[in-house]
Design a protein around this ligand. Structure first.
Ligand SMILES: CC(C)[C@H](C(=O)O)[C@@H](O)C(=O)O
Ligand code: SF4
Length: 419
């Protein structure tokens, strides 16, 4: 019986010929990443139990300051300074305000065949380039950081076959929200999601990352796209022609999936995740006319250059309603610089949007926090009460196009009117 790409990735990292769902393997970790939301917890654990043994973190660790940057309080700065000191002491690469951790892992580290663990639930984003990637808690992170290995139970795979092409006004964000609505917030708990088919092969890596990144909102442990020529193009664009392109694995024709879904992109329409759950999915048309006070384009799901181009395409020559605050946060410094080169920042600023530094921003609620009674429409990943500020605010999740179109009129708007 054949193996899925996820089973192959884990078998390879464990140095065994086969891996089957349910097996618990000890795998070598290609990269382990942590950010300023939780690293201080891991450092305290390390210092309490391991420091006196002279143990050092191996070179496969990456630190990122992205959740609260610039820091909003002396307390946060203290935790970040702890990260900075630890990184210096152990020679750990530290990305300090350069972008959201998952975007940096995608741009600079992960490659096909890797196994990536991170102390953040959206670590699975690296699956967009054919790696096994998953979030872990601080304890498992510390173990991986000091040993270069960790345990993992092989997840069964849900295969999502995608055909057709995206209609005007419908984007990768709409696709992943459809999937979350169909599976439910717990529909893929401890499963691997494997996206494939001509509809995915036609997407670029930026769009694939949007599909993969929110798999955790359906409970997925990991989510992956089989690497191909587009993957190689992306890696060479980001890291140079001689980049190590790793191991391009693919699922065997006779592998076993636990479940299969099929999407024809041409049949999809723009959707929103309406308050207060991420799997509350409805067509945008069902909420047209709902007044909003705040908009956000950004996050590790939808803050890439592809997303900024989409939002700018709607805003070009138009104005954000003065009563609405639209915040744009590029997912990384390189996205920010690319957007400057393409004149997208001029479009945002001329429309009345506010452009902030590369960070988690409104998605995490550390910037642009909403107040009681505010209605936020966001390209972020979660919409539970209090996610982006007041518990008494409301959050709709949507594509960059729906967010931009909504901020022009001040109420939820079908972006197809603007394309
Ligand atoms: C790190 C942690 C605070 C959290 C996560 O693990 O996802 C955050 O990034 C989020 O999106 O809620
Ligand atoms: S952008 Fe949002 S989802 Fe992504 S890591 Fe930051 S807080 Fe988490």
């Amino acid at each position: 019986m054949g193996m899925t790409i996820t089973e192959k990735l884990l078998a390879r990292a464990a140095g065994v010929p086969h891996a089957r769902p349910g097996e618990i393997l000890t795998v070598d970790v290609s990269w382990c990443m942590t950010n300023d939301a939780t690293t201080h917890i891991s450092i305290d654990m390390f210092n309490a139990r391991l420091k006196e043994r002279g143990i050092h973190a191996p070179e496969r660790t990456v630190f990122v300051i992205d959740h609260n940057v610039p820091s909003e309080s002396p307390t946060t700065t203290a935790t970040q300074n702890k990260m900075r000191a630890f990184a210096r002491e152990h020679g750990i690469p530290l990305h300090d305000g350069e972008g959201v951790c998952h975007q940096l892992i995608l741009e600079e580290y992960a490659k096909p065949g890797d196994v990536v663990f991170g102390a953040d639930s959206h670590t699975l984003t690296a699956g967009a380039v054919g790696a096994f990637a998953a979030g872990v808690g601080s304890t498992d992170f510390v173990a991986a950081m000091v040993t270069g290995q960790t345990w993992v139970m092989v997840p069964p795979t849900i295969r999502i076959d995608v055909e057709g092409t995206l209609p005007e006004g419908v984007f990768a964000k709409d696709v992943v929200l459809h999937m979350i609505g169909d599976l439910g917030a717990d529909g893929a708990t401890y499963k691997a999601i494997e996206w494939g088919g001509p509809g995915v092969q036609a997407l670029n890596t930026e769009q694939r990352a949007t599909l993969v990144n929110m798999g955790v909102e359906a409970g997925a442990k990991s989510s992956v796209v089989e690497p191909d020529e587009e993957t190689l193009r992306y890696l060479r664009e980001k890291r140079g022609a001689d980049v190590d392109t790793g191991e391009l694995l693919a699922s065997d024709p006779d592998c076993v999936y636990e479940r299969r879904l099929t999407y024809d992109l041409s049949t999809l329409e723009p959707v929103v995740a309406y308050p207060h759950n991420v799997d509350n999915i409805a067509p945008v048309t069902a909420y047209e006319g709902t007044a909003v006070t705040t908009g956000f384009v950004g996050s590790c799901n939808s803050g890439r250059i592809e997303d900024l181009r989409i939002a700018a395409g709607v805003l070009r020559g138009r104005k954000v309603l003065p009563e609405v605050k639209l915040i744009v946060a590029p997912a990384s410094k390189s996205v920010y610089m690319q957007a400057l080169k393409e004149g997208l920042m001029d479009v945002f600023l001329e429309s009345g949007a506010m452009v902030v530094n590369s960070n988690c921003s409104v998605c995490f609620g550390n910037q642009g926090a909403i107040g009681e009674g505010d209605v936020l429409i966001s390209t972020g990943t979660r919409n539970f009460p209090g996610r982006s500020g007041s518990q008494k605010g409301e959050i709709f999740l949507a594509s960059p196009a729906t967010v931009a179109a909504t901020c022009v009129g001040g109420y939820i708007t079908d972006p197809r009117e603007f394309v």
